[in-house]
Design a protein around this ligand. Structure first.
Ligand SMILES: [Fe+2]
Length: 440
């Protein structure tokens, strides 16, 4: 027998009496759930190589907390006296896939703020010192404006700018975590992640801190992580390094996402975004017609157990959404695929699906003219925000600092509408009157 396989008898010996209360008369799924929840050695999230962490605020995290992050948290009224970050309650983390489906698994109201905005964005632009596009097709930087001071009108206009330009950057910000969450709540229901570390006392603010996870055993390294058919479970790579769109498995997936980095390496730790509007417009008119109206299966990053087949291997939350979506604010069509979480196209064979999806991933990931790479640097004592439309873009982190030079941030995601495709909607280039090359 392999030495890493623990029998019930050895587990019983390893644990204090009473900790492992197996009841042979209880249903099997209840016994398994109990076992997983009460045994810290067992992986509850099955999110590849992300380590198991103890529930609650982590005092060990304080030992490596960067100074500027500490200052921002304390000045922002966050209580870090018991530790940082806060690890979600193990008793509430889903074990079975039906428990993961049940999270926010119903329609809820969504107000598309960008659709209510002044298309000219006069209020926002008048308050800024400079508004500059970073590349032609994606990314705009605004200077001379503090996010914490925005009026509701300016928030509407910023939403529309983000939704048109894909991502908007703000350097030299003083942004308390609570204010970041309030801004997110204005744009939609803030997603509270059941697994990832959070800012203590502020559920919905996810901590983005690879240095901490690496210290706790996360497998992140220099090796190649660009795979043809990416499967995070199989390859064990760290998901944020692979092209992806966040939270595509939600009943109402992500809309606007705001990452604020309060600690930035001197060199490295950039993030890259790509435009899904432009990726769609890269396709021939004939191929666009083929894809319009098709649906695909989108999976969660984390995996779970099947209650009815608990030894059958990891299962993910799966949702079916349009492969080409229409944006509710801009009205433009965009390609809604990503290598990490789009599993298959419905209505074609698996071989056909793989071929088509891999081509679409390549179009999205490999056309440099529809991408923006952002270096996060700000002046000392300030943080930088990137706010992106997590529907019509993909992104990936660049882990070239390899843990040298701290990098820490907080992320807030506003969930949006139930994805839809309007056959009458236009592509971005069509709507803007830009040339569209016709095939022979
Ligand atoms: Fe992400």
């Amino acid at each position: 027998m392999p030495t890493n396989v623990a029998t019930i008898e050895t587990l019983k010996k390893e644990h204090k009496e009473g900790e492992l209360r197996l009841d042979q008369h209880a249903p099997l799924d209840a016994q398994i759930e109990h076992l997983i929840r009460t045994d810290q050695h067992l992986n509850i999230t099955r999110a590849t190589k992300v380590p198991q962490l103890h529930t609650g605020p982590d005092p060990e995290g304080l030992k490596i907390l960067p100074e500027h992050t500490r200052k921002r948290l304390v000045e922002g009224g966050v209580d870090i006296s018991k530790g940082y970050p806060e690890i979600p309650d193990r008793s509430k983390i889903p074990v079975f896939v039906d428990q993961a489906y049940a999270i926010r698994n119903e329609d809820y109201p969504y107000i598309e703020r960008g659709a209510n905005a002044d298309p000219e964005k006069k209020s926002l632009f008048a308050a800024a010192k400079e508004i500059k596009d970073v590349t032609k097709h994606i990314g705009t930087e605004i200077t001379g404006l503090q996010l914490k001071d925005l009026t509701d009108k300016q928030k509407d206009e910023l939403a529309l700018l983000i939704e048109e330009r894909g991502v908007v950057f703000f350097r030299n910000q003083k942004l308390p975590p609570k204010v970041q969450r309030d801004l997110g709540e204005y744009w939609g229901q803030v997603e509270v992640h059941p697994q990832t570390p959070q800012v203590p006392g502020l559920p919905g603010i996810t901590v983005i801190w690879n240095d901490y996870l690496q210290k706790n055993g996360m497998n992140i390294n220099f090796k190649n992580d660009n795979y043809g058919n990416f499967d995070i479970l199989r390859y064990g790579s760290v998901g944020n390094q692979t092209w992806h769109t966040d939270l595509v498995h939600e009943h109402q997936p992500a809309g606007i996402t705001h990452l604020h980095l309060d600690t930035i390496p001197d060199v490295g730790g950039d993030t890259i975004w790509a435009s899904g509007y432009a990726a769609y417009d890269k396709l021939s008119e004939e191929f666009k017609r083929f894809l319009d109206g098709k649906k695909a299966v989108y999976v969660s990053a984390h995996s779970y157990l099947d209650r009815d087949d608990p030894f059958g291997g990891p299962k993910r939350v799966e949702r079916v959404f349009p492969l080409v979506r229409t944006h509710p604010a801009t009205g433009w069509k965009y390609l809604f695929v990503n290598r990490s979480m789009t599993r298959r196209i419905i209505g074609v064979t698996p071989v056909e699906s793989d071929l088509i999806l891999n081509y679409l991933f390549d179009v999205y990931e490999k056309n440099a003219d529809i991408q923006v790479r952002f270096r996060w640097n700000s002046e000392p004592g300030y943080g930088t925000s990137a706010i992106w439309d997590n529907r019509s873009t993909q992104h990936r982190a660049v882990w070239d600092n390899e843990g040298i030079g701290a990098r820490h941030g907080t992320r807030v995601t506003s969930l949006a509408e139930i994805p839809y495709f309007d056959p009458k909607s236009k592509s971005q280039r069509e709507a803007l009157g830009l040339p569209i090359s016709k095939e022979d």
